[in-house]
Design a protein around this ligand. Structure first.
Ligand code: HEC
Ligand SMILES: [Cu+2]
Length: 350
């Protein structure tokens, strides 16, 4: 009876785990369906190592099963002690040399790919983006284009884009599973990596290094558009004039409240060196608010009134005067109408 219960429990656990893992296949957030150079190379390594390790496992299990059956204790032989052997020179050599060879077979391509992806030596003709990891958001600075933006990274399809990464505080890790491998983002030094996306689309990025209470909410998106759309996006971002008055009266009031409530000390609109908080230039085009909330007015009002509940430990909480509903709504109206360009996440993949 007890044995059966155990088996049923084990089956249930397996079923549950399978269900849980099924969620890992989220579109555009999986390393198993590569859509970029780094992810593609990683996938080849995953296959290589899985085949080798699976092969080793299979051989060991077969040997174990054979020995367990062939040399099991038989009826009437309860006191029989088999001949004791130890220290077989040939066997020990074989099972030391084979694993060493296998490790070398895995290590060489892994090392080559790691160095290749971090190689920034021919970057001058390409797009160069400085990326800063912050608790709990990402800043993107397009060096030659002189564009600053946050959370949504726009890049053209089929081109090498060089990333120079550092952190403003603790260690983060930049990871867009469908497109690239992971790269640590450190406070002490700049790490480089290039990415190249094969297909247009919106790809999910994650911070892959535990960095504080809101680590799991430190999401971002890579928006891969055609070359022409990318160039239009760059021009629109460059030409944006933050002084332009919003059309609606409510949004105008929102703009004034934005000025009066310390927001500008941390948030730049337009090209600016300020990066205490996310650059809000194309906020109306964002895929998410604060990296993970759907971009609705309701969510934005909630964020402005109480960011702490939505993202514990964030560095905006308590740094500006408390806003009432009316003020928060007006500011939200202002921020959401900031659509700088019609190259948006929807443009990707059309
Ligand atoms: C002390 C600096 C600071 C002040 C002052 C500040 N913020 Fe923030 N704000 C931040 C930081 C830091 C974040 C990023 C939080 C996170 O995602 O962890 C943020 C995030 C945001 C976001 C989400 C941005 C995005 O890219 O999704 C909005 C919108 C925003 N703030 C609006 C405001 C408004 C409006 C005010 C003024 C009422 C304000 N902030 C005041 C630092 C500040
Ligand atoms: Cu992080």
């Amino acid at each position: 009876m007890k044995g059966w219960m155990g088996k049923i429990k084990a089956l249930m656990l397996m079923g549950f785990t399978a269900l849980l893992l099924a969620g890992c296949g989220k579109e555009n957030l999986t390393a198993l369906v590569p859509k970029g150079y780094g992810a593609d190379e990683s996938m080849k390594l995953i296959i290589l190592t899985t085949v080798i390790m699976g092969g080793v496992l299979l051989i060991v299990v077969i040997l174990l099963a054979y020995v367990a059956i062939r040399f099991r204790r038989k009826k009437g032989q309860e006191d029989f002690i088999p001949k004791q052997v130890e220290g077989n020179h040939t066997l020990e050599t074989i099972w030391t040399v084979i694993p060493v060879i296998l490790v070398i077979i895995m290590a060489i391509p892994t090392t080559l790919v790691s160095f290749d992806l971090a190689d920034a030596s021919d970057k001058s003709d390409n797009i160069n983006i400085d990326i800063t990891g912050n608790q709990y958001w990402w800043h993107f600075n397009y060096q030659d284009e002189e564009i600053q933006t946050s959370q949504d990274l726009y890049i053209p399809v089929g081109e090498k884009v060089y990333l120079n990464m550092k952190s403003n505080d603790v260690i983060h890790s930049f990871w867009v599973p469908s497109i690239s491998g992971k790269m640590d983002v450190n406070p002490e030094n700049t790490n480089t990596m290039y990415i190249e996306a094969y297909e247009e689309g919106v790809y999910w990025g994650k911070c892959a290094e535990l960095c504080g209470p809101s680590h799991s909410l430190m999401d971002f998106k890579v928006i891969v558009v055609s070359k022409e759309e990318y160039e239009k996006w760059v021009a629109d971002m460059q030409n944006y004039d933050p002084e332009v008055e919003p059309e609606s009266a409510v949004a105008q009031e929102g703009a004034e409240l934005f000025e009066q409530n310390n927001c500008m000390g941390c948030h730049a609109i337009g090209s600016s060196p300020i990066e205490v908080g996310p650059n809000l230039t194309n906020f109306g085009n964002r895929t998410k608010i604060a990296g993970y909330l759907e971009p609705t007015k309701e969510n934005l009002v909630d964020w402005l009134k109480d960011p702490e509940t939505l993202k514990p430990g964030n560095l905006m909480t308590g740094k500006y005067p408390e806003l009432n509903d009316d003020e928060a709504e007006k500011i939200a109206e202002y921020l959401l109408q900031m659509k700088v360009t019609d190259v948006t996440p929807e443009s990707a993949g059309k």
